[in-house]
Design a protein around this ligand. Structure first.
Ligand code: TYM
Length: 339
């Protein structure tokens, strides 16, 4: 079956559960901003329906959704150029997800490492939504016939599943309707690690606040967290290969490279041979210079939540205009009777 030519379109999403970390920023948001000016339609979502697969306090969820929107804008997304909206305002996502629940297989869902990690030992007690989550994520992407999805490394398996769902739908119904989406997992910071343990991902759910940099941290807190970040006693190597067995050093170098928009090799050439006592203040200064303006702008935007709500409503209307005809065609393919 030949692949139909799809108009290039970018979609990605972030959960409004807890605050935003440097991992979210470097792995996702900064990349969203880069893609905004490439002449492709860009759609960025606050996936509130994903967030409730684990318990969320309603007031905190409302605040986190608005704060995420403020974070998107403060990072450089322009609500005129990119479509910004929260998932629950576009019902087509959940309508498409139901169709995909009937395409995806139980075994596919049960194999998802994120489900296994989040459900833990007590999987019987996890919500059904947590298991079905990747099917909603595939719907988020495919209801726009998205061709490219910028994400961090941890979303790779979900994107492979999205491709499997698209391929099975196309095969089962004998159509060439859904694109086989390309994941874009690129740059020096596709997997930002914890500052306390170089083998663990930096995450908003880590119990230790010292393990992560939050986009809302002030300059002193950012500097303190970097000063206290776990390292080893050796000076930094001058070659990339020298980082192979040094996860903490590699993580700090990757963060530096991504923040400074340099390759890891360039950074190594500049800082190789230096002790961490010299490198950490450089990294702290760089991080503060990039993050502080974002947190300041987020705080300013959060003073006018009515304006944020207007941006989300207008983004949702634009998103719906793309999603509704694709859902309608999907219903026709599947055999639903309608006008
Ligand atoms: P979420 O909310 O966990 O994370 C949002 C984005 O941030 C990236 N990220 C990281 N990147 C590098 N290093 C880290 N330590 C780090 N932590 C998080 C994630 O890879 C992600 O790109 N399932 C998704 C949300 C989602 C979605 C979608 C994404 C729902 N529907 C459709 C793309 C397309 C999630 O939970 O991301």
């Amino acid at each position: 079956m030949s692949q139909v030519a799809y108009t290039p379109r970018v979609f990605s999403g972030i959960q409004p559960s807890g605050g935003l970390t440097l991992g979210n920023y470097l792995g996702a948001m900064k990349r969203f901003v880069d893609m905004q000016d490439e002449g492709i339609e860009t759609i960025y979502c606050m996936v509130d329906l994903h967030a409730i697969t684990v318990w969320q306090d309603p007031d905190k969820l409302r605040r986190a959704t608005r704060e995420l929107c403020a974070g998107y804008i403060a990072s450089g997304l322009d609500p005129e150029k990119s479509i910004l909206f929260n998932q629950s305002q576009v019902a087509e996502h959940t309508q498409m997800a139901w169709i995909f629940n009937c395409v995806a297989r139980m075994g596919w869902m049960q194999r998802m490492t994120q489900f296994k990690d989040k459900a833990g030992k007590n999987a019987q007690n996890a919500s059904l939504g947590l298991l079905a989550y990747p099917s909603l994520m595939a719907a988020d992407i495919l209801v726009y016939h998205t061709t490219h999805v910028p994400v961090g490394e941890d979303q790779k398996q979900h994107l492979e599943l999205t491709r499997d769902i698209a391929a099975k739908f196309n095969h089962d119904y004998g159509v060439d309707f859904f694109p086989i989406t390309e994941p874009l997992i690129e740059g020096a910071a596709t997997r930002v690690m914890s500052l306390r343990d170089g083998s663990k991902k930096m995450s908003k759910s880590d119990p230790s606040d010292m393990s992560r940099i939050n986009l809302t941290d002030d300059a002193d807190t950012i500097a303190k967290k970097i000063r206290k970040a776990k390292t080893d006693p050796e000076p930094l190597p001058s070659e990339v290969e020298g980082l192979a067995e040094r996860p903490e050093a590699r993580n700090l170098i990757n963060i530096y490279a991504a923040l400074n928009e340099q390759s890891v090799a360039q950074v190594m050439a500049d800082v190789g041979g230096r002790a961490f006592s010299e490198f950490k203040p450089m990294l702290a200064e760089l991080a503060v210079s990039k993050i502080s303006p974002i947190s300041g702008e987020m705080a300013r935007l959060m003073q006018d939540t009515a304006e944020i709500d207007r941006i989300l409503a207008s983004g949702a209307a634009r998103a719906r205009a793309i999603a509704a005809p694709i859902l309608k065609q999907t219903y026709e393919i599947v055999g639903m009777v309608g006008a």
